[in-house]
Design a protein around this ligand. Structure first.
Ligand code: PMP
Length: 291
């Protein structure tokens, strides 16, 4: 990780980047009792900060712990850290985890720790490739049944199958992987939601076992504002043969056109491009005109 300068907010204090450390017996490391967020700042403002911070609180609640800082306190910490780091455009990573006070599956008394790091991460996918559409492999692992894993929590543990799938895809020259869910329905990419276009209509899977992304909801609103029809429904993988366009949405990925998923091909079309541009406009802070 090349950023070694600056500060990380950790348990209420700004500590030097290189001093923000945890013990090897951290419960979050051994048992994945950890939840996180991914946010982006544009022009010095964190887009939908409050929604992200509320999701962080909710993710922790689902895992059975309470974050010892209010939503307002965390929002304030994110804003102060962004200013301290001196970035206009940046990626923001809050994380909360159970500490190292005791070892074992049960960790009732372990301290809940919270940290926030902010660094410059201009593009999640290769920028040149992004405009041509990225290529996705089909993942081997499937999103689990919500009765098998707490799928509404942005929990570190749920990313184990994402990293395995993304690495397997990268080894074959793909940018990412598309995951089906436990029923065999199209779910999402390893760190972004997926949309398809057919005959001018947008189709996207119902988020019943994966994150209903903040970007996903923003893009659905932008699509409706343009008068596009958006259908949230069950999508079977075979249907990809008939879809004309495809794109991913996520805080890091923003709106990224997809040209290929396994044997299925898509064009980088007007709807994907329009929404990519609309999203870029939406995240740009609107300066209130001087009176
Ligand atoms: N799914 C997964 C697995 C993700 O990691 C993300 C990124 N947080 C998303 C979807 C998109 O969520 P959001 O738009 O809120 O960033």
């Amino acid at each position: 990780f090349d950023q070694l300068e600056g500060y990380i907010w950790m348990n209420g204090e700004f500590v030097r980047w290189t001093d923000a450390k945890v013990h090897v017996l951290t419960h979050g490391l051994h048992y994945a009792s950890s939840v996180f967020e991914g946010e982006r700042a544009y022009g010095g403002e964190i887009f939908k900060l409050n929604e992200h911070t509320e999701r962080l609180h909710e993710s922790a609640r689902i895992l059975g712990f309470t974050i010892p800082y209010s939503v307002d306190e965390l929002n304030d910490a994110c804003r102060k850290l962004l200013a301290k780091q001196g970035f206009q455009d940046a990626y923001v990573r809050p994380i909360a985890w159970r500490g190292s006070e005791s070892m074992g599956v049960s960790a009732q008394a372990n301290k809940i720790n919270v940290a926030i790091a902010i660094w410059q991460w201009p593009s999640y996918f290769d920028p040149a490739q992004k405009l041509k559409g990225i290529r996705l492999d089909m993942a081997e692992y499937r999103r689990p049944d919500p009765k098998t894993a707490p799928s509404k929590s942005k929990a570190a543990g749920l990313y184990m199958i994402c990293t395995i799938s993304k690495h397997a895809a990268e080894a074959k020259g793909y940018a990412d992987a598309l995951m089906l869910d436990w029923r065999g329905q199209v779910a999402e990419a390893t760190g972004a939601n997926v949309f398809f276009v057919k005959n001018g209509v947008i189709h996207t899977p119902k988020p019943d076992c994966f994150l209903d992304g903040i970007t996903r909801r923003t893009v659905i609103d932008l699509a409706k504002r343009r008068g596009y029809e958006v259908i949230e429904r069950v999508i079977m993988p075979e249907e990809m043969a008939d879809f004309e366009q495809c794109f991913l949405t996520g805080t890091a990925a923003e709106v990224t056109p997809v040209s290929e998923i396994g044997s299925y091909k898509f064009t980088v079309g007007e709807i994907a491009i329009n929404l990519m541009n609309d999203y870029a406009a939406e995240v740009t802070p609107k300066k209130v005109a001087a009176e």
